[in-house]
Design a protein around this ligand. Sequence first.
Ligand SMILES: [Zn+2]
Length: 176
Amino acid sequence: MVRGPHSEGGTIVTSKATPADVLRLEYVAKFEYTYAAGKYASRFMAALKESGELYGIRCESCDKVLVPPRPVCGMCGGRTGEWVEVGPGGVITGYTVVEVSFIDPMTGVERPIPYGFAFVRLDGASTNIYHFLEENRHDRIRIGMSVEPVFKPRSERDGTMSDIVHFRASHGDNHE
Ligand SMILES: [Zn+2]
């Protein structure tokens, strides 16, 4: 189901124009969408919300486990089939520390800087997800470092990747 765009709350601002000018309207629109996440994302997000379990899906052609699950393999174009539980731990495969503040498009507010951001290869997965890190110092983050997700309390989860607050260094670092 797709609804929107809605224009409720929008305002039209007319600019000052001389007779020789073309009339110009500035319109500030507020868009709110409700959309179906689809069969694969729905199952993935429902599991994340209800049980904190993370799933990938195995490609029937190249055997890679893709996270998040999808109907077609992005690497070889093959069909996917078997759902595979992955994680919850994983390793960092790439990272940065963000030092420049900007408005987070997911929340509309600036995220306090500095903060760590990483590609994480969940255990059992062949692809990366990306997420925030608890750690925000370059000298405390390294590629290959084992991490684990920190989940929001169940009552605050809404079935999005934001149900994971961030990843933190896991105590049982067994990927050395
Ligand atoms: Zn494949």
